[in-house]
Design a protein around this ligand. Structure first.
Ligand SMILES: Nc1ncnc2c1ncn2[C@@H]1O[C@H](COP(=O)(O)OP(=O)(O)OP(=O)(O)O)[C@@H](O)[C@H]1O
Length: 699
């Protein structure tokens, strides 16, 4: 079989298109060999199941047959993407295919034969060691299982119930709340983390693949890269995604649970499919919001970012109805590839039924006289590529070369012109056949097939007309989309996007408020405190949108809290005007207000509003006696008190963050927390949710 390394020509990578490569996996021990799927140069040929003398040809940027090694794929198609990534572009590489087609093998690989993910990391460390760039690598690893995002870098027991939430920052980057990011300094360190994360991934046996991955897994490498010559620093993200396998439930004999999984998988793959199509068609509205998978990739798929899709397919007949190639070939269509899922050997040309052939020695012009004027003009124009797209026209030309008389009903495969030597097919006419692209991709035949019956011919005509009609319809549809809808969408796009976002936001808040209605006042206060603590942590990191969201969620639980209301208004104002000073002023005002409040109500922790009460610190405040000190002293003592209070709050927030992260190793580092207490804490969080007060840790 063809070995691709030397023969495959290197092509210029265009960063704005989705590069599509295809890999056929080897036969497994239990599979019988057959040559249904053949790799030839950069195309995949698949024998038509219904008409074995017909091939479907799909072309790709590169194709890898079953002998291709992991190293070869990496060196040829993945390594070239790393340079733009180091120059600050986000990139996505994803493996797509039906279940059992080799996606996980390609992305993860085996211990002895690593796949794209480990090889990428290894190469980045190798680049680092060459000192041209200073690299800092962090990674996160998540899985999307039935539309729930799980963090694979934390153990299942301590992972938040309901998964991680997707957020979009003001910089339009996509974030996941509470996502674990681990800094990695060596390849060995990566291997340890990766092994553990892979074990956390949801897998369950299906009939097609015993170790079938039922989730999409996304390893994201965050790269900070400083060019040591120019001192220029860039930040980028590289997503390496092993998609769950698309599958046909009728074939896998899945149970109820598996069917639910499959539906979620197929739905998200469909959304991905639509995003890829919209991107490649240059539509102004890309439906990223149709699934969590596409939402996650919103800032990395399309635009200036680099994307590569690896189509994995299984060899042989068992996976015939694989729709993956159709998806992939549509992607290529937009890249104007010459070979597009077209019939390669239009073997029997029934045109005679439609058009009368004047004579076997007729020349093109004579024949053209029988065509309508417009058709004749197109026919005589050698640059008109469209003529190859019409069933009738193609049939016309084939029959012209083949059919000897107007009454003959025998048709032969086009590819056989050169070999076929009956007097009725004059060899000198062959060079005049205009459809060269078809003849170049036809299957070669040993013998001409037998003549067709009238019924067969009628069936073929009908089939071809239907296919062409379908193509025409979708062409018109796409044109309409582009010509009519696009300008409207462009105009409405920003407005629509904003509206969708605000609706989503409202829905989340409504959910929160419904929940608040059924809670006891005590639980409401506790929940609000936890949310305020979270909001504060975001605010300290200047993540104002996240902070606002959490403050607003907290407000659903304590709607009478005027101070919280003010806080929300200020943050909204700051976000819309970008005036950070307002926030600082507001903070100072809050601090003074809080201090006054603490003086008045030293023992009323319960009554305090959440933003004041997290964490409770009134008892440790130095007392201030206004009557005994000068105004200056008063002011400096007041400031010292505020600073002290802030420090304490910060420390307590940090402690709470560590504890609520559920990371046992980090919790054990806290002063006064041993193994036993850590276990109690984890159990408590598991039963009651996040802890909102540090003091409750030591009871
Ligand atoms: N290039 C290859 N060389 C050797 N074995 C392979 C290769 N590709 C796949 N396999 C084997 O084929 C089987 C299926 O592969 P894999 O699990 O990677 O499929 P998958 O597409 O990820 O399936 P799913 O979507 O169900 O997770 C595995 O046993 C794997 O080891």
């Amino acid at each position: 079989m063809y070995s691709p390394t030397q023969k495959r020509a290197k092509k210029q990578l265009s960063p704005q298109k989705i590069k599509v490569v295809c890999r056929v996996r080897p036969f497994l021990a239990e599979e019988l060999y057959d040559d249904t799927v053949v790799v030839e140069e950069n195309s995949i040929k698949i024998t038509n199941k219904r008409k074995t003398n017909e091939n479907f040809v799909y072309s790709f940027y590169s194709c890898y047959d079953m002998n291709a090694s992991q190293l070869e794929i990496f060196e040829h198609d993945v390594r070239p993407l790393l340079e733009p990534v180091l120059n600050g572009k986000n990139a996505t590489i994803f493996a797509y295919g039906v279940t059992g087609s080799g996606k996980t093998y390609t992305m993860q690989g085996a211990e002895t034969d690593p796949g794209i993910i480990p090889r990428t990391i290894q190469t980045l460390f190798q680049i680092k060691s060459e000192f041209k760039y200073s690299l800092e690598l962090r990674l996160s690893y998540i899985e999307l299982y039935k539309e729930v995002i799980n963090d694979l870098l934390v153990s299942r027991e301590t992972a938040p119930i309901g998964g991680l939430n997707i957020r979009q920052g003001s910089d339009n980057q996509i974030y996941l709340s509470n996502l674990t990011e681990k800094k990695i300094d060596t390849y060995g360190e990566f291997k340890k983390i990766f092994r553990c994360a892979c074990r956390n991934r949801s897998t369950a046996a299906t009939k097609l693949n015993i170790m079938s991955s039922r989730s999409h897994a996304d390893m994201c490498i965050y790269i900070s890269c400083t060019n040591n010559e120019t001192r220029n620093t860039t930040f980028s993200k590289l997503h390496l995604i092993d998609l769950a396998g698309s599958e046909d439930n009728r074939r896998t004999e899945n149970g109820k649970e598996r069917i639910a999984e499959s539906s979620a998988i197929n739905k998200s793959l469909l959304a991905l499919n639509q995003v890829v199509e919209a991107l490649n068609q240059g539509l102004s509205r890309i439906p990223y919001r149709d699934s969590k998978l596409t939402r996650l990739l919103q800032d990395s798929l399309g635009g200036e970012n680099i994307s590569m899709m690896i189509i994995n397919i299984s060899p042989g007949q068992s996976f015939y109805a694989d729709t993956t190639l159709k998806f992939a070939s549509r992607t290529k269509e937009i890249e104007n590839k010459p070979h597009l899922n077209h019939y390669t050997s239009s073997t029997r040309q029934p045109l005679k039924v439609k058009f009368e052939i004047p004579s076997r020695l007729a020349n093109v012009n004579e024949y053209d006289d029988h065509l309508p004027e417009a058709k004749r003009q197109r026919f005589s124009d050698p640059t008109d590529k469209k003529k190859t797209n019409s069933v009738f026209e193609r049939m016309d030309r084939y029959s012209y070369g083949v059919i000897p008389t107007a009454t003959t009903t025998t048709f032969y495969p086009l590819s056989n012109y050169n070999n076929y030597s009956t007097p009725s097919t004059p060899p000198q006419m062959i060079p005049e056949m205009p459809d060269l692209s078809l003849s170049s991709s036809t299957t070669s035949y040993e013998l001409p097939p037998p003549p067709l019956s009238e019924t067969e011919m009628a069936k073929i005509i009908q089939e071809k007309i239907e296919t062409k009609l379908d193509e025409k319809l979708s062409e018109i549809e796409n044109k309409l989309k582009l010509q009519i809808l696009s300008p409207i969408f462009r105009k409405q796009d920003a407005k629509l996007k904003k509206r969708i976002e605000s609706l989503e936001y409202k829905m989340e808040l409504q959910k929160e408020s419904r929940l608040a209605n059924v809670l006891t006042p005590e639980t409401k206060t506790k929940t609000a405190r936890a949310l305020v603590a979270l909001a504060k942590a975001h605010e300290q990191k200047n993540e104002l949108r996240e902070a606002l969201h959490n403050y607003e969620s907290a407000f659903q639980y304590i709607p009478d809290n005027q101070k919280l209301g003010n806080k929300i208004a200020t943050i909204k104002d700051v976000i819309s005007t970008g005036d950070v000073l307002k926030l600082k002023k507001r903070k100072r005002y809050d601090e003074v207000e809080q201090h006054q409040l603490q003086q008045k109500v030293s023992d009323d922790d319960e009554k305090a509003t959440p933003s004041e009460a997290v964490p409770a610190s009134s008892s440790s405040q130095p007392s201030i006696n206004n009557s005994n000190v000068s105004a200056k002293d008063h002011h400096s003592r007041h400031l010292a008190a505020v600073v002290n209070d802030e420090k304490k709050k910060l420390t307590e927030t940090m402690i709470l963050n560590i504890v609520n992260s559920g990371d046992l190793r980090e919790i054990l580092k806290l002063k006064g927390v041993g193994k036993k207490r850590a276990d109690v804490i984890l159990q408590f969080i598991n039963d009651n949710g996040p802890i909102s007060e540090v003091k409750s840790l030591f009871h």
